[in-house]
Design a protein around this ligand. Structure first.
Ligand code: FES
Length: 110
């Protein structure tokens, strides 16, 4: 049986680990999204990807094989998240016993 775990991103946090899974937050157009970091291709770390704009769309490029994903689509598939002041509260899926650990210092280049 699984559920969701409420996690908090404080100011300066941009990743959180829930069990074995990593999520990251990204801000675009004044909205915050929390996205699973596992690339759908072969599991690469999307939180280390780069964002670029092309043809009016923002694309997130996976650092492993270079596949680009429309950022809007990734954000639409993100986990539920709410920003309250400088904190972001997100609700990623979790297994019983999972805990959350936020991380700093991971660079998300643009
Ligand atoms: S793992 Fe991301 S493009 Fe291959």
């Amino acid at each position: 049986m699984s559920g969701r775990l409420r996690v908090r991103f404080g100011p300066g946090d941009n990743t959180v680990r829930v069990g074995d899974e990593l999520y990251f937050r990204i801000e675009r157009d004044a909205e915050v999204s929390v996205i699973h970091s596992r690339c759908p291709h072969r599991g690469g770390p999307l939180h280390l990807g780069t964002v670029s704009a092309r043809g009016g769309a923002e694309l997130l490029r996976c650092p492993w094989h270079g596949t680009e994903f429309p950022l809007a689509r990734l954000c639409a598939k993100g986990v539920p998240a709410v920003q309250v002041g400088g904190e972001v509260h997100a609700y990623p899926p979790a297994a019983p016993g999972d805990s959350a650990h936020s991380a700093h210092q991971i660079v998300f280049a643009k």
